[in-house]
Design a protein around this ligand. Sequence first.
Ligand SMILES: [Zn+2]
Length: 272
Amino acid sequence: MPELPEVEVTRRSFAERIRGARILGARLGKPLRWPLGLEPAHLAGRTVLEVGRRGKYLLLRLDQGVLLLHLGMSGSLSFQPGPQPPGPHDHFDLHTSHGVLRLHDPRRFGAVVWSPALDADPARRLLATLGVEPLDDGQFDPGAFHAGLKARRAPIKQVLLAGDVVVGVGNIYASEALFLAGIRPTVRASRLSRPRADRLHAAIREVLARAVQRGGSTLRDFSSATGESGHFQLEAAVYGRAGQPCVRCGAPLRQIRQGQRSTFFCPACQRP
Ligand SMILES: [Zn+2]
């Protein structure tokens, strides 16, 4: 599943090239998770002002309205100079004066949704429950993060995944950040002291920033809009390494299940 760093890498791979492009038309394939919300022909003539991101939504701001793109479980975007014939899993094409933005999504949990504005429905509804942006210096504040955790009694790993305290910390990155911070994934979020919350805050930023820098994880279905894949997963300290020695202390790493998801941790380095 594309996580926040992959979505950010995808954004960076085409944001500059599509900026200022005039939309010539759009093509829909099979139905995606949600309907587009307007006739594709009505996008023609609008201009792409910029490509932003909120959580795992890419926001194509147009001179009239905004397109929200979500990659779902298996989606990937490409931005190619000329039109190519669509394959069976290409379910959205945005033809512009600068090239064709295409959503390839075999499982069709992704979506492209039009909204008249970011503060109007459906954008408002889709973005309403998202926590703060971890990669935004102004938004992701250690004190507010600690206060958010204080209010939650669930295990810290599951609170991170829920996305309403801080958005976009997916399964791989939650395991890695908790390892870096030396925190057992099963600790109740409300029990974390301010110093431990501060360490976790720093670890989340470090893990996500490093992943963006490396180009996102090498996930099966992910490729950035230029077709390059990333290398972060090769660098994982705990994720996918059950039974192997901890890179810090040599103890065998453990794997448990939390809310149907796999969690990896070092029983020696990560305190309960
Ligand atoms: Zn260890």
